[in-house]
Design a protein around this ligand. Structure first.
Ligand code: NAP
Length: 299
């Protein structure tokens, strides 16, 4: 099977170019996109994400500030901090870096971000709009995954897609975006009896679980589009026998790439596109805030 490796950076570049133009047009009208990242405690993996977010934000013309809060901050203090940013007119978008310390209620914190500034599209209000296909700010990873499928040029209508993983921020919204395109969608999870029986029927297979090697070549339909969303850090041996850390997805790339028509690598597949969608959302949030302000001024 001739397969095409879908390079996330190519899809991401197209999104970033459009976002850069939209951000410049808004800035010219006095609306400056300004993203606030909230980091609670110290987490080395969050640090890498924050650095990348800052780099890409500045590249497309979005101001970026990272605010650090102490590990022992209380839920009430964190809610107050989010409340202050919600009403700060200089801040147009808010990202809450994960993981948050165990004593905090992530769902409540996420839901406290004003929907118009929730650029990760994770608040219940923005997820609800995805159900109605009436969203401006959708969850970044799900939008990125569907954008990658579109980039293959495959006609979506009538396609059979299987989504493995049903989390509220990745698996479920992917299924909803696909339904809006008249794709026939099967969602698999922990309770699915025979995963391979479903995945073998997929023209497009989305995998968002967090288990390395979950999908192997014998589970994939020849020619399918395989979009690997999982990110797992594993330990492996290099040529000299040293233990080294490596990032892999949920898909066994070696066996699946021999069968699939298209496949995303990890790293370098969904990740860069997710980051580009985050920036697209940040600029879309400013446009939405501008529209709401102008409507209020007309009254
Ligand atoms: P999550 O909330 O832990 O959800 C994992 C899902 O996988 C759950 O719905 C779970 O179902 C399901 N699952 C567990 N074992 C399964 C199995 N054996 N067969 C089928 N389904 C199974 O994780 P998430 O936030 O959706 O993220 C999923 C993965 O994507 C993680 O590796 C994460 O790091 C990665 N991710 C990547 C990006 C990116 O930009 N590339 C962004 C976000 C997340 P049950 O609840 O029924 O157990």
């Amino acid at each position: 099977m001739t397969n095409n490796i879908i390079r996330g950076r190519d899809v991401a570049r197209t999104i970033r170019e459009e976002t850069t133009k939209r951000a410049a047009a808004l800035r010219e009208q006095g609306w400056v996109p300004h993203l606030a990242s909230l980091e609670i405690g110290h987490n080395p993996s969050a640090e890498v994400y924050v650095r990348n977010q800052k780099r890409v934000a500045e590249k497309v013309g979005i101001q970026f500030v990272n605010r650090r809060y102490p590990q022992e901050i209380t839920q009430a203090e964190m809610l107050a901090a989010i409340g202050a940013l919600n009403v700060d007119p200089r801040i147009t978008g808010i990202i809450l870096q994960r993981p948050v310390p165990h004593h905090l209620d992530l769902f409540q914190l996420q839901g406290a971000i004003a929907p118009s500034k929730d650029v990760e599209g994770m608040s219940p209000s923005n997820i609800g709009k995805v159900v109605y296909d009436q969203f401006v700010l959708g969850p970044c990873t799900s939008l990125a995954s569907v954008e990658i499928l579109r980039a293959t040029g495959q006609p979506l209508r009538g396609m059979n897609a299987v989504v493995v993983g049903h989390s509220e921020i990745v698996g479920k919204p992917i299924a909803l975006h696909l339904l809006a395109e008249l794709v026939t969608v099967t969602i698999c999870h922990h309770g699915t009896r025979d995963l391979a029986a479903h995945t073998r029927n997929a023209d497009a297979l989305f995998v968002a679980v967090g288990k390395p090697g979950l999908i192997t070549g014998d589970m994939v339909k020849p020619g399918a589009v395989v979009i690997d969303i999982g990110i797992n850090q594993i330990e492996t041996q290099d040529e000299a026998g040293n233990i080294v850390k490596k990032l892999v997805g949920d898909v066994d790339f070696d066996s699946v790439s021999k069968v699939a028509g298209w496949i995303t690598p990890v790293p370098g597949g969904v990740g860069p596109v997710t980051l580009a969608v985050l920036m697209k959302n940040t600029v879309a949030a400013v446009a939405m805030q501008k529209k709401a302000y102008e409507a209020a001024m007309r009254q």
